[in-house]
Ligand binder design. Structure first.
Ligand code: LMR
Length: 396
């Protein structure tokens, strides 16, 4: 029975983890998968997370199921983080939170929800986007369409994006990245979000906002500008949220699918469907990550510690962006790569071609995604010059 089954190549991003591990070169540099790294190249457990875990060992009283919507406390905290504690959306009880196994699990919930409850609607993804968006949405049977996001000079193509949005059939779903666009690092300005809002409203499109990097761009509230604007001004908005990056709990699979509806009644209807979707997928989400997040939010001291640690990570990445551009100055390449300092979040769309990325990997043991996406957090003072020299050698 298994004879016709073909072997397929593994996931391009996750595959880099193994390739990097297998590379014996002591100078190797990992700019691949999107996990934060500190100055020593380590993905640390945040101090607030460790402290919360210690507390949980003593306080956790049961391992019974937490229900298809997950831990209600976690849901409440996430809603406040995403919308702001004073949000009218929350006061009006228009938003429902369904805890999910990571941001990817939340995307799959969203995809299954759209496929079953909004049949016939296509889903529009930025070009480029996180490659697994294509995998998750097509696995749910959705028809995928693209809108442009980056131009030939490797700049945000807002005019192209807008022109495409203006022609999307009424009722289709548009995926937007709230901040720290993956893979490009190019984010929309406040004015651009306002323009997008107008088009979504005029054309009656349903936004699905992927919010995987809150706090990694400019700050918790600053990064939430887009999703807050849309939720306050549109009847219906879908949001997929992740705590993988901002709490550094990647492997604990801690995310949330948020549905904003016109009123409480419709929100409860949608929510009832989501419980079934979750049940049919994995029944209940895992509990450890959400317990960590809730414990941190329940303690002023732990919250402050987490907030400070997140700021340290964000500041380090933004400093590395500037150092990278400065490091290319002696090669006469600072202008060419100036956009790296403007981009936000973990990733930079470097503009390097697939061949250049391959040469960097084969000849210099520098690993990044084939599209030219580099994880800026993989840079540090020790490898910066090495990476800049290597990039200069492949570009020239
Ligand atoms: C990434 O884009 O590298 C991260 O979101 C990890 C992943 O699952 O691909």
């Amino acid at each position: 029975m298994f004879e016709p089954i073909e072997r397929v190549p593994g996931d391009a991003i996750l595959g880099l983890i193994q390739q990097f591990k297998d590379d014996p070169n002591p100078q190797k540099v990992d700019l691949g998968v999107g996990v934060y790294r500190d100055e020593d190249g380590v993905t640390p457990i945040m101090g607030a997370v460790k402290a919360a875990e210690k507390q949980l060992i003593d306080d956790e009283a049961t391992k019974a199921y937490i229900g298809s919507h997950g831990d209600p406390q976690y849901g409440e905290h996430v809603l406040k983080m995403v919308f702001g504690a004073e949000s009218a959306v929350l006061a009006d009880k228009r938003a429902s939170a369904t805890q999910a196994p990571g941001g990817t699990g939340a995307l799959r919930l969203a995809a299954d929800f759209i496929a079953s409850q909004l049949p016939g609607k296509s889903i529009w993804l930025s070009d480029p986007t996180w490659p697994n968006h294509l995998g998750v949405f097509s696995a749910a049977g959705l028809e995928i369409q693209r809108y442009p996001y980056v131009d030939a000079q490797n700049r945000l193509d807002f005019d192209g994006m807008l022109a495409a949005l203006e022609n999307i059939p009424k009722g289709d779903v548009v995926v937007l990245h709230a901040c720290c666009h993956n893979p490009t690092g190019f984010d929309l300005s406040a004015d651009q979000w306002q323009t997008v809002l107008k088009v979504l409203k005029d054309r009656e499109l349903l936004p699905l906002v992927d919010f995987a990097y809150q706090g990694f761009g400019n700050g918790i509230d600053e990064d939430a500008y887009g999703p807050r604007l849309l939720a306050e001004n549109l009847d219906e908005v879908l949001i997929t949220q992740s705590c993988s990056k901002n709490f550094g709990i990647y492997r604990e699979r801690t995310g949330c699918f948020i549905a904003v509806a016109r009123d409480t009644e419709q929100m409860e209807n949608v929510r009832s469907q989501l419980a079934i979707t979750a049940r049919e997928n994995y029944s209940n989400p895992p509990a450890h990550g959400s317990a960590i997040v809730a414990t941190i939010f329940n303690s002023d001291a732990l919250y402050q510690q987490w907030h400070d640690e997140l700021k340290t990570m964000r500041t380090r990445i933004n400093d590395l962006r500037k150092k990278f551009v400065a490091g290319l100055e002696p090669h006469g390449l600072a202008d060419r790569f100036a956009y790296v300092a403007e981009q936000r979040g973990m990733f930079s769309y470097t503009g390097l071609t697939e061949d250049q990325v391959k040469t960097l990997r084969d000849e210099h043991s520098i690993y990044m995604v084939g599209s030219g996406r580099a994880n800026v957090a993989g840079l540090n003072d020790a490898n910066m010059e090495y990476v800049c020299n290597a990039i200069a050698s492949v570009v020239k």
